[in-house]
Design a protein around this ligand. Structure first.
Ligand SMILES: C[S@@+](CC[C@H](N)C(=O)[O-])C[C@H]1O[C@@H](n2cnc3c(N)ncnc32)[C@H](O)[C@@H]1O
Length: 430
């Protein structure tokens, strides 16, 4: 990036024509509009992106990408339904549920085959619902642990030392693993523990999984990896704290529209600036009161993705497993891909949308199986829709949209993957 570039600002140049006041057609006068737009994104989920505190594998979809996919769904919603019914049957750590919670008019139904997915989502919610003071205290405790650890042995505060034993004992089971399914005993353990203990446990998991190969080759030791991961987490926590400190305590009922007035006398964002882009702390607190109080209500249902009710949803949105970052048997995965398309199509109402993030190219050295690739899935969608007597409407191709605004869209990640985003709408012609 060149020095002196303001990354939070965009310059727009728009060429337009007048309109004819009598006939609905283009007039003769030309207009040129040039303006500067300041980019404001005060979404705490985006500050964490793929690194939410409760984490068990590299499979988390970036929050920014899921936010963009939901924006697409919302933009192409078929008419005025009271609430858009959205389903993600592969929700993992809850990314889709968090992003959907920003919208007052989206009702999300999320599931995963992992039992622990619900615990991950609840632990992440507990973190995001913290006040600025709560985040500061958590950061101080994590810093203390980091400073005591010194890369030799993980040292926790005295009152947590018993938990430390349990955390580290748990980690031996996961050392170097690629795909993790938390055992029921770990889920029970997590349910009992403080947020700090849970966060240290998940950080230990990150260290074991992300640094597994280096630890096995004895190029790195677990405590060093732990400190490294804690540092990354602390940097993200500092960003969430900055956002939280800037948000006024009382925000709108809808739970969106974060409009901070940071400097006395200076209204920094004089309008509903970040509407739909962020989420208010009071809505997060309400959600935490509902789901994190150890009651039975789940955020994530435990369900196989092939068990979906028919004609129930307006939008099916997901990033299914790719088999790159988690060890999933290739035969089982190909079977899942063959079966999931008809299940998803049957689950859609008339006018429903299917939005899928799929691997386009891998940068990790592990190849993407051909049956997970966008071009294969596009053909499959068209064939299955025909069998089900559904018309496929390729959204974005209607009208005179420039090529850049047409699906498939691409999402570049420096480290792991280039993804393609497929987006279809369907009409039932029974
Ligand atoms: C690529 S990950 C999705 C991650 C998620 N978007 C997130 O941000 O955490 C794929 C998910 O599909 C789940 N999965 C794999 N096979 C499944 C099946 N047959 N039914 C339901 N979920 C399944 C895995 O447990 C994993 O959480």
């Amino acid at each position: 990036m060149a020095e002196g570039v303001a990354v939070d600002k965009t310059l727009w140049f728009i060429a337009d024509y007048s309109t004819d006041p009598d006939v609905p057609r283009r007039g003769n006068k030309r207009y040129y509009i040039c303006y500067e737009q300041q980019y404001v994104n005060e979404n705490p989920f985006h500050a964490m992106d793929e690194n939410k505190p409760a984490w068990i594998a590299h499979t988390t979809i970036p929050h920014t990408l899921m936010g963009a996919m939901l924006n697409l769904a919302w933009m192409y919603a078929a008419g005025p339904t009271p609430k858009l019914k959205v389903c993600d049957p592969f929700v993992g750590s809850g990314t889709t549920w968090f992003e959907a919670s920003k919208f007052g008019d989206i009702d999300s139904d999320v599931s995963d085959r992992m039992d622990c997915a619900d615990q991950l989502a609840k632990d992440n919610l507990e973190f995001f619902a913290l006040s600025a003071a709560g985040i500061r205290q958590l950061a101080r405790q994590c810093e203390y642990v980091r400073d005591c650890t010194q890369g030799v042995a993980v040292v926790l505060p005295e009152d947590l030392s018993d938990e430390f034993e349990e955390v580290m004992a748990g980690l031996h089971e996961f050392d170097g693993a690629k795909g993790i399914l938390l055992h029921p005993k770990h889920i029970d353990w997590l349910r009992q523990k403080s947020l700090l203990a849970k966060i240290l446990f998940y950080t230990g998991l990150k260290a074991a999984v992300r640094h597994g190969a280096a630890i096995t080759r004895q190029q790195e030791r677990l405590p060093e990896a732990f400190v490294n991961e804690l540092d990354i987490l602390l940097a993200d926590i500092a960003e969430v704290r900055r956002i939280r400190e800037g948000q006024s305590a009382d925000t709108s009922e809808a739970g969106r529209a974060i409009v901070p007035m940071r400097d006395p006398g200076l209204i920094r964002y004089p309008s509903f600036y970040s509407e739909g882009c962020s989420i208010s702390p009071c809505l997060l607190r309400r959600l935490a009161e509902r789901y994190c109080a150890r009651g039975p209500e789940r955020i994530v249902e435990q369900r196989d993705a092939l068990v979906l009710e028919e004609e129930k949803y307006d939008v099916l949105i997901a990033d299914p497993p790719y088999g790159i970052n988690a060890d999933q048997d290739a035969t089982e995965l190909s079977w899942l891909y063959r079966k999931m398309i008809p299940c998803c199509l049957k689950a859609l109402r008339d006018g429903g949308q299917l939005i899928l993030a799929l691997p386009e190219a891998s940068r990790t050295g592990r190849p993407c199986a051909f049956f997970t690739r966008g071009e294969m899935i596009q053909h499959q969608i068209i064939v299955e829709a025909r069998k089900l007597k559904m018309d496929v409407v390729a959204v974005g191709h209607a009208g005179s949209r420039p090529a850049i605004a047409r699906p498939p869209y691409y999402w570049e990640s420096e480290r792991a993957l280039r993804r393609s985003i497929l987006h279809f709408r369907f009409r039932r012609n029974s």
